[in-house]
Design a protein around this ligand. Structure first.
Ligand code: AR6
Length: 170
C-alpha cells in the first residue's frame, strides 16, 4: 500500500525511515539534520563506522545503507543520496535508484513498512512534480506492505497527492 501524508519524517512509526543524506554520511540540513538531531548520536556513530569500512569514499549517489534509528520511533534509518538537480544532465535514474535501493535494503532487514521524504527536492533543488513522478513510479511494484511518503509542507503534499492520483488513473 502507498500512502501520502503531510508530516515530519522523524515522527513516523514505521520500521524504516529514509534519510535524504549526502555522500559523506556525516549529516547536513533538512531531513538529514532533523534525523540526526532527533535520533541522537548513535546514528552518527554508525555512519562514521560505515565511512571507516565499506564506504571510505562516501556513499555514492543512488545507493542506500542502513543504520540504527537511535531514539526515533523507527527501527532503522536508511540513508540514501539523491542526485542534485541538473538542467543539462538527465539524472532521473539516480533518483529512482534511491527509492529502489532503499526498498531493497529495507526488505533485506525484514522491514514491512517504510517512510520516504521527498528526496532531492530541498537543498538539491529537484522540481517537485518531477520528483513525485519518479518516486512514485519507482516504488509502484514493490511488495513492501506499507510505503509512506511524508511531505513536510502543503505544496509538496498536494503535488505528491495529485501525482499519485494521476498514476492510479493511468
Ligand atoms: N520531514 C519530512 N520532510 C522534510 C523534513 C522533515 N523533518 N525536513 C525537510 N523536509 P532536503 P535533499 C523536506 O534538503 O534535497 C542535506 O543537507 C524538504 O521540504 O532535506 O535531498 C543533506 O545532508 C524537502 O521537500 O534533502 C544533503 O546535503 C525534502 O524534505 C542535502 O541536504 C528534501 O529536502 C540533500 O538534499
Amino acid at each position: 500500500m502507498i500512502e501520502i501524508v503531510r508530516g515530519d519524517i522523524t515522527q513516523q512509526e514505521v520500521d524504516a525511515v529514509v534519510n535524504a543524506a549526502n555522500s559523506s554520511l556525516l549529516g547536513g540540513g533538512g531531513v538529514d539534520g532533523a534525523i540526526h538531531r532527533k535520533g541522537g548520536p548513535e546514528i552518527l556513530a554508525e555512519c562514521r563506522k560505515l565511512r571507516a569500512s565499506r564506504y571510505g569514499k562516501g556513499l555514492p549517489t543512488g545507493q542506500a545503507v542502513a543504520t540504527t534509528a537511535g531514539n526515533l520511533p523507527a527501527r532503522w534509518v536508511i540513508h540514501t543520496v539523491g542526485p542534485v538537480w541538473s538542467k543539462s544532465e538527465e539524472r532521473a535514474h539516480l533518483l529512482a535508484d534511491c527509492h529502489r535501493n532503499s526498498l531493497a535494503v529495507a526488505a533485506e532487514l525484514g522491514a514491512r513498512s517504510i517512510a520516504f521524504p521527498a528526496i532531492s527536492t530541498g537543498v538539491y533543488r529537484w522540481p517537485l512534480e518531477s520528483a513525485a513522478e519518479i518516486a512514485l513510479a519507482a516504488v509502484r511494484d514493490s511488495s513492501m506492505e506499507l510505503i509512506r511518503f511524508v511531505l513536510f509542507d502543503d505544496n509538496a503534499y498536494r503535488v505528491f497527492k495529485a501525482q499519485f492520483a494521476s498514476g492510479e488513473a493511468g
